[in-house]
Each structure stands twice: as C-alpha cells, then as structure tokens.
Design a protein around this ligand. Sequence first.
Ligand code: G6P
Length: 624
Amino acid sequence: MFIDYLSLKSKIMCGIVGYIGFRDAWPIVIKGLKRLEYRGYDSAGIAIINHEGFNVYKKVGKVSYLEAHAENQDTSGYIAIGHTRWATHGIPSDLNSHPHASNDNRLHIIHNGIIENYSTLKEELINRGHKFKSETDTEVLIHLVEEIQNIEQTDLLEAVRLALNTVIGAYAIVILDRENPGQLIAARKGSPLVIGVGEGEYFIASDATPIIEYTKNVIYLKDNEIALVKRDGLLVKRLDNVIQTPLIQELEMKLESLEKGGFEHFMLKEIFEQPRSIKDCMRGRIIPEIGKVELGGVKEYADKLKNVERIIIIACGTSWHAGLAGEYLIEEYGRVSVEVEYASEFRYRNPIISENDIVIAISQSGETADTMAAIEIAKERGATILGICNVVGASIPRITHAGVYTHAGPEIGVASTKAFTAQVTVLTLLALYIAQQKGTITSSKLTRLLTELETIPEKVQTLLADNDLIKSIASKIKNASNCLFLGRGSGFPVALEGALKLKEISYIHAEGYPAAEMKHGPIALIDEAMPVVFIATKNSSYDKVISNIQEVKARKGIVIAIVTQGDTKVREMADYCIEIPDADEAFLPLLATIPLQLLAYHIAVMRGCNVDQPRNLAKSVTVE
Ligand code: G6P
C-alpha cells in the first residue's frame, strides 16, 4: 500500500552493495553490482578484506570490466563493499570511482547521493592537512569522518554519526574500516538502503535485488538512521543518537524475475512478459460479472475522484507518454479535464494548483527526482496526490497520499517496455473507475470495455508472434539516420513512445509527432532515406492518417504502418505493414506499442548496440 509522507530530497544515482559474513564476498558483491547497474554504469569498484590484508579494485566502465580487471588478483575475503557509479561530479575515471579512502587510507566508503556542502568542508580539511585524490564529494565525507574520529577520539560509529550531522545533502553510505574487519557501518538519508538479514551474515544494498537469493528478510533503513552491522548482530540508531528497533520485513520478489530466462536480453524478455504483466496489473481490479472496476489503493479517494474538476498528471520519459495516453482515456470516459506535465517543467514554473486538484504521479522506479520534487510542490499547495508506481516500497509510494501499483515485476532493461503497458493498463482502469463513480459511462458500455480489456493479454500474445516479421522489417531500415513516428488521437502517445524506444537503444534520431502536424515541419525532412512509422489502425482518424501516408509516399518516404488485422487500404500504400488485432480505440496504446518495442529492439541489436544498458542512460534518474 502507498503510505504517508516521508521527506525525501533529490539525489544522485549509483548502486551500492556491502557484505559481511562467512561466504566469499567478491562474487556476492559483483553479482549485486550487476543487478544495480540500472542505477549507473560509468565505473565500478570494490574494497575487500581478507586474513592477510586488504585490496581495492576500481575500473572505469561497466562492472564486467572491473571483474576482468581483478581476474587474476587476490579477491578473497568475507567482508566487502562495492559501488557502480553514474557520474555527476567528476568525470568517469578510475580515480573518481568508489570506494574512496580516508587520508590515512584506513576507512573506505561507498556512497549514493550528494554532499551539498562538500566544498566548504573540503577547504577546511585541506587546511588541516588532508590530501584528496579525486574530485568527488564522497571523498570529503570519509575524510571528515576520519578527522572527527581523530579529534573526538570516539569509535567509528560515533564519528560517522557526528559527521552525518555536519553534512548537508542526501546519502546512502557503507563504510569499511580495514583495521576492524568485524563491522560495516551503513546510513541513509534520501537515498534508498536495504539490509538483508541472514544467519551470521548481512547484506547491504541500494535495493533488494542483490539480496534476494540469500535471504528474504530485510530491513529498509529509514532516513536519518545509521546501522552498525556485525556478523552476529546489528544496532540501528537515529542520527540524534536514539536507538531504534528495526522492522524485519519479508521480500515478495522472486529470483527468476531478475534473470534473463533464456532470452538474449532483459528488454526482449520484458517485451515478451507483457501478456502476463498486463494480466497481473488487472488482477483483482475487474469484476466482470457486475461490470465494475475496483481500485483498492485509491478507494479512500473515490469521492474526490467523483467530484474532481481537474487532474494533473506528472511524470518523465516513458511514464510521461503513459500519462498522455491516460489523458485521452480519462477525458473520454471520466469527462474530467486532464493536463499532462513534464515533472521537470512543472517543478520550476510556479504551477497553479489548488486543494481541489488531483495530481497523479506516474513512475516505474518510484525514485525519479523531478517527479518527486513536483509531488512535493503539488502537496505543499494542498492537492491530493495519487501515485502509479511499479517498484513496491519505493520513495514515490511513500510520499503520495494513495496510489495504484502496476505489478509489472522488476524491469531491468533501461528502456521501459512492460512498465509502460502496465501504466497504461492502470490508467485505463482509472479512467473507467472515474467514469463509473461519475456515471459518465453506461453500465453496458463499461461491461463491454472491461470484458474487452480482459482479452488484451491474449491479443498481445498474438502480436508477439509477429516477432520474425518485425525483425525482417528492422533489417530493412536499420541503417537509417533518422526516423519519424506519426499517429493521431491515442495513436500519438504511441508514436512518441515508439520514437523514444528507437532513439534510446539504437541511437537513431527519431521523432514522434501528431500525424497532422507533419505538414508544419517534419514533412521537409522526408525523402527516400526517411522511414516513417504510422499508427494507421481503423479508428476515428483512420482516413486522415491515410492522407498523411499519401503525403509521405508522394515524397518517396519509406512507410511502415501499424494496421488493423485484415486492412487492405493502407497495405496498398505502405512499404511494410504490421497487423494488430481489432480492438476498441481505448486499447490502441496497449496493442500498437508492442510492435514498436520489437522494432526498436531488433534495430538496436542489428546495429550492435547495448540494448539493456544504452549509453548515457540510467533506469532510475535520481538526479535533476
Ligand atoms: C529514465 C528511464 C526511462 C523512464 C524515465 C522515468 O529516463 O531510462 O525508461 O521512463 O527515467 O522514470 P520513472 O522511473 O519515473 O518512470
């Protein structure tokens, strides 16, 4: 369930893993870092202690480079900390890679977050004789801990507590003391941190994915908490020194959901998971016998939804596209005015929001900094905030008043696929829920739409059977430098999402446009080298889209059309057609997006791109 407000600030990305116990720490930390690469993959590093001593390995680039770099070296040890970085302060380099060390090289730290007052602290520390090797704020933090420990002559836990009371910013940290191999110290404020509780061992990570195969028992460290982790027990305190009793929770995640399961890439696996993920998303939310939608997560706000006059959707990236599809659905069925805003714009332009408004924040990760900041602004102005989120227990579900989980399961591929269709599924249900509360839909129409919605997973399954056809189309356009995606009505968000998928993973420049806008600019780009993907299904704008196709063909563009099964008209004009099953216009985004995901995927593979981890991108953008 979405729970109440918890103040969180924006922070930088990166993934962190720590282990203390009796097993070989290296493979645990390496595997964990690979799971966290969605948080960044600019560089990686591990510090590890064994009986003879201590080793640190760092490498710019992906975790696999670090693994190769340390291949014939001593990686033994039962206590280790590791980090995968998404660079903001300081270029990606071996030197700027974490872990960072104290001046005397005794303490080592991994950090996800940002120390805002690091430059003042750095100056003071330099005056006191500290020498810095990197450009990072993290190195300043560990030097500060060392300095405080020396001045106050305290134990490490107390020194870290005092240091964290001095810094301004956000962090999840783990600190290792090479002279004290029996403990790790972890703390968080604003960046996530989970501690896995085993028997005689503990795992620490940015999320539960590095932990799941060893233990299901976890503690989600809270903001302003610091933990002393030893093999045989753990002590949690608040930064104000009050001892806490941590709550051990059981993870519901399944290990299989984190593995590729025979697919070449996570993205392909996730595309093929969509019949299941859409079904999971609807489960328990449709009561077909009585033609009703049940959304337990927003039940408390049913009256508010019934009477609301304006809904504002805030999101970023693919989630924003889902929001746009949601706008069409909510306006059509719920008859409420909807505005869809980029969270990054909304947060900086003094938006007009009142307590009568409902703001819906959509986020796969539940950690996107811009979306979180936009939520805080809307909340300050008294709006009711509902969330649509995939990651259970993430930050956004904690700061919204209520919400609906998408239940798509972990999405590992950086380019979002199954999370998008799950978001659109929730928005479809929400639109029908609002319509049901307001009486803006007849019960026979509601029953018909809900019955059809339940058949969508099967339709998606049949669409996936076109994989080979789509692959062959991909081979024809894989060398393009530019590509246009055009659609009208609910085909427009699909066009935007198709273009985003292609540019994200294949690095082909792609634009999504409302088809009718083509004549106001993009038409100038069309020549025999320009592929134009049309969403040309049989819906209310079919004939108009046909005219747009003719305009492209008249200029020798290459037309790839997504058409309704059995279509003949478009087939005569288009160079390539991909059929989708006949369905109500409401379900177009759920169906037409699937072939575009596959098209982008195959083109990217053919161009030799890293599909799951495209350059410069990260799955969870916790920096503004
Ligand atoms: C990043 C990801 C996108 C995602 C966007 C918003 O750019 O690469 O796939 O759509 O962030 O993320 P969210 O987790 O808030 O949906």
